[in-house]
Ligand binder design. Structure first.
Ligand SMILES: *Cc1c(COP(=O)(O)O)cnc(C)c1O
Length: 372
């Protein structure tokens, strides 16, 4: 039996059959890095490790700001983004399950929040966001860069311009399936806060959140009283400045991160983006072939707004997403069914992390057989 979700062989030969849109497949060398022994987190060893991680993280995030590391899943930093930077009123851009989650987190933290929703599968139009910001004053806008539930890529660069033209409005960006798979430029594009998690395009095991705050976001945090404790980003900032951590870090995951940053540096960040782009384009072309044969209805996201890391494919006929995923599982491959309300009518391929176009071809051949 080839690699499945359980008992994946820790050899490179077993790699390349796990295409879930998170968690993603982790390279055996990165998995192996986690077996190093523990070190004390208040000692020189940890300070040196964190110091070694920062340059690679800053290259990956294209920033001169420190990159915060949290021992939590990405949702933790979504909550942190709200608690530190939301101000009094938030406009939540909703076009899928994860952007809906950002909206719910704002409300659950007692922030006044309005949702600007477009249909699942559509991207947000900066002009409509500008209109919403002109109608009512907001302190922050939340957006999901790459909506993993629909495969839509939102135009975060243009959205940042719209926010900043409206005054002191921060753009809080969930780029959980963006960072390390598609261009994200926090400094150059003025993205006030960008967060991600370890288990998506970074291709690490789950459990680490990573984030960058620009000076306006830090200034907002300074003016915010109830930041809570665990996600107080001013504490993160102070710790990052001296290469220390607020609480006990996920030490084994930091070892994995160090190994993965070395692999990313060897490939090059831009080459990594290009590889994702090539995998996405191959997937979209394959969907067109399948559509011509009547097997699928097409890629859910419109051209120009498709994520390079995840493709959500609408099915034709009465096949369901879970049935396609199960048929692939029987062939030794893992893909995603649809997510949330798209569970049945769609399925998703996570072509992100350390996969290659050649590995993707093998998956698509099996999928072609399943769909025929
Ligand atoms: C996976 C994902 C999350 C949630 O991440 P967790 O690590 O499970 O908390 C949030 N946003 C997006 C876009 C995601 O893909």
């Amino acid at each position: 039996m080839p690699t499945t979700t359980s008992a994946a062989p820790a050899t490179a030969a077993g790699f390349g059959r796990f295409f879930l849109p998170g968690p993603t497949e982790v390279h055996p060398d990165v998995l192996a890095a986690q077996t190093r022994p523990m070190i004390g987190h208040r000692g020189k060893g940890m300070e040196e490790l964190l110091g070694r991680l920062q340059p690679g993280l800053q290259a990956l995030f294209r920033t001169r700001r420190p990159v915060y590391l949290g021992a939590c899943s990405a949702t933790g930093f979504m909550e942190g983004a709200i608690r530190n930077c939301a101000g009094r009123r938030v406009l939540a851009l909703v076009n899928g399950a994860f952007s809906e989650r950002f909206f719910r987190i704002a409300r659950a933290n007692g922030i006044e929040a309005d949702a600007l929703a477009v249909e699942w599968g559509q991207a947000h139009d900066p002009a409509l966001v500008a209109e919403a910001l002109a109608r009512k004053p907001y302190d922050a806008v939340t957006v999901v860069h790459s909506e993993t539930s629909t495969g839509v890529l939102n135009p975060v660069r243009e959205l940042a311009e719209v926010c900043h033209s409206a005054g002191d409005v921060l753009l809080l960006v969930d780029s959980v399936t963006g960072v390390a798979g598609t261009p994200v430029e926090p400094d150059a594009w003025g993205l006030d806060l960008v967060l991600t998690g370890s288990q998506k395009a970074l291709a690490l095991p789950p459990g680490l959140a990573l984030g960058v705050l620009q000076p306006p976001a830090l200034a907002r945090a300074e003016r915010t009283v109830n930041r809570g404790v665990y996600f107080d980003f001013l504490e993160y900032e102070a710790a990052a400045q001296k290469h220390s951590t607020v609480n006990t870090p996920a030490i084994s995951l930091l070892y994995a991160l160090e190994a993965q940053l070395a692999r990313i540096a060897a490939e090059g960040v831009e080459a990594r983006w290009a590889r994702h782009r090539a995998m996405a384009e191959r997937t979209w072309a394959w969907v067109e072939e399948m559509r011509a044969r009547g097997a699928v209805a097409g890629v859910l996201a419109p051209p120009g707004f498709r994520s390079p890391t995840v493709t959500c494919i609408s099915l034709a006929g009465d096949r369901t997403g879970p049935a396609v995923a199960a048929a692939m599982k029987a062939r030794g491959f893992v893909i995603g069914a649809g997510y949330g309300k798209l569970k049945d009518p769609t399925f998703r391929i996570g072509h992100m992390g350390d996969h290659t176009v050649a590995g993707l071809e093998v998956l698509l051949d099996a999928l072609t057989e399943v769909l025929q």
